[in-house]
Design a protein around this ligand. Structure first.
Ligand code: N0T
Length: 535
């Protein structure tokens, strides 16, 4: 068997990220894929019995990938003695459902705290020192400055990756690994204590300064401003270069966490080089670092993380705030593709429509609502319908992402939840579309435009796929040629398993308001294929 496994593994290709147009895509088994995912609640995967009743539901929701935590305390209950049964259970169940896994390493830090570390780590505060807060109190957070902690964490992580290499011989069940979970310092902007204070009083490393200099205008504006306010110094202590306040301290925190994470990532990749990413607990505007988890891979710190942890493939947002599209867009950069490991709670009514925006507008590699197994029947159906449509569109989306031939639409929502329902205009090829989010045939009071959204994919000079729910599209000519546009033919339909379009009703009359618009009802996710003409 060993020889057979090795032979198999020699042919199979490890999942990887590959450049694609202006974006990147995840290639598994030599084929690109979109992760239509869902993340399990934190404690669910620890019980085989608990999960047994949920796996069929996850499949029924049309997920192709489950994001599941692997906790350090479960895999290394005694130092150096590993127990991978929790990992093997997940792999066996995912395979039985023909699904993929993204595994989340709950190592030294899980949402700032260090509660997932084994008891032998928790109880030994000499070997594994704790963070001191600004007021000198001790918190249940391991210091990022301990060599022993970093080595122990990296060793367990590498053991996990080596195990994955051995058991995922086909290289196609485990796609990626998240390193730690929502890293960030609380309740202070930076770690205090003898070692951390000494590091903070030391010089800013040249590698970070180099990055700021080389990045120029491409550096995130908040970080550029922090550096500028003390005169863009090229040498000096952290406080001298970035300022002594919480905002300046946060840069130090981000760098320390990034360096630690880089060491863990490198150890894991040496064992088995799967794509790896970190996730960010986003900060609310107006809150200070330390009031929110300080120093994570946040929008304003992406350059610090890129410089400090170059082996990470992706920096990823967990988006629970209502201004989904603005936040997601900040993680789309020439050096970063969008993967959303926690796209809000799975039970939030706007979540399924957000998936269309992420894949259609921001070339997302993956989208994954949190606490996926905890939805009620109605929420389950909405996710199942959205993912069914996105699964059908996947070949077209993969071809279009990064090429400018797809666009996503949802009403803009502000951080305070205010929905700005104004229609969005977009030119695609020879047509100009105006996409509105108030359905003309449904009483206005009963509509929730934040739950509406969709995408338009250009598949030919005059041919477009329009998909989603609760969007209402009018059209005109763009560029040279006659100014007006009409519908040559509009069909609803589905793509079959071979990717062939199977038309349903030919839509005309009341369904297009006598040729005036394309309408996707708010009640059901669907696809229409439309050919336009100009006159
Ligand atoms: C998440 C989850 C889980 C507008 C919280 C999100 C997961 C962790 N943290 O349920 O614990 O492991 O990564 C933070 C959400 C902030 C809420 C903002 C409300």
């Amino acid at each position: 068997t060993i020889a057979l496994l090795t032979a198999q593994a020699a042919f199979a290709e490890i999942p990887r990220l590959e450049k694609h147009g202006t974006s990147a895509r995840l290639v598994v088994d030599g084929k690109p894929m979109l992760v239509l995912g869902g993340e399990l609640g934190n404690s669910s995967a620890s019980s085989r019995a608990y999960m047994a009743r949920h796996w069929p539901r996850l499949k029924a929701m049309n997920l192709n990938t489950v994001l599941a935590p692997i906790s350090w305390e479960l895999i290394e209950p005694k130092e150096g003695a590993y127990d991978f049964s929790s990992v093997d259970d997940l792999i066996a169940n995912a395979r039985a459902q023909d699904m993929k896994l993204v595994l989340l390493w709950f190592g030294a830090w899980k949402n700032s705290m260090s509660t997932y570390v084994p008891a032998w780590v928790k109880r030994d505060q000499v070997r594994f020192p704790r963070v001191k807060a600004a007021d000198g109190s001790t918190v249940e957070i391991l210091s990022a400055f301990s060599d022993d902690t970093r080595r122990a964490d990296a060793r367990a992580y590498a053991a996990l990756l080596a195990h994955l290499k051995a058991v995922d011989a086909d290289r196609d069940t485990v796609l990626m690994v998240q390193v730690e979970n929502e890293i960030g310092m609380l309740p202070s902007a930076r770690e205090h204590g003898v070692v951390a204070d000494a590091a903070y009083a030391g010089p800013v490393p040249p590698a970070l300064i180099q990055r700021l200099k080389a990045g120029g205008e491409a550096i995130e504006p908040e970080l550029r401003d922090l550096w500028k306010r003390n005169g863009s110094q090229e040498k000096g202590t952290w406080a001298a270069v970035f300022g002594a306040d919480e905002a300046g301290q946060e840069v130090f925190t981000a760098w320390s966490y990034a360096r630690y994470t880089e060491a863990v990532t490198v150890a894991g990749k040496a064992a088995y080089p799967l794509p790896m990413y970190v996730n960010a607990a986003l900060n609310r505007t107006g809150k200070k670092p330390g009031e929110y988890p300080s120093g994570g891979p946040l929008p304003h710190l992406l350059d610090v993380w890129k410089a400090g942890a170059p082996s990470l493939d992706l920096l990823s947002p967990d988006i629970y705030f209502p201004n989904f599209s603005d936040l997601a867009a900040r993680f789309v950069r020439p050096d970063n593709a969008l993967f959303i490991p926690e796209a809000n709670n799975a039970s939030a009514p706007e979540t399924p429509a957000n998936a269309f925006y992420a894949f259609g507008n921001l070339a997302a590699l993956g989208f994954s609502p949190f606490a996926i197994e905890s939805v009620n029947a109605e929420e389950q159906k909405a996710i199942a319908d959205a993912y069914d449509v996105l699964r059908q569109l996947t070949p077209a989306l993969l071809a279009a992402q990064g090429k400018g031939t797809t666009a996503g639409f949802k009403p803009r929502v502000l951080e305070d939840g205010t929905v700005q329902g104004a229609p969005v205009t977009k030119v695609m090829g020879d047509y100009r579309f105006e996409v509105g989010f108030i359905d003309p045939w449904t009483p206005k009071a009963s509509q929730k435009p934040a739950t509406h959204g969709g995408l338009i994919l250009q598949v030919g000079p005059e041919d477009y796929l329009i998909a989603g729910r609760g969007i209402f599209v009018t059209f005109a000519g763009a560029g040279k040629g006659p100014p007006l546009a009409g519908i040559d033919k509009a069909e609803e339909g589905v793509f079959d398993a071979q990717g062939r379009w199977v038309p349903g009703r030919l839509l005309n009359g009341d369904q297009t308001h006598q040729g005036r618009h394309i309408r996707l009802s708010p009640d059901q996710f669907q696809i229409q294929r439309v050919r336009f003409y100009r006159y």
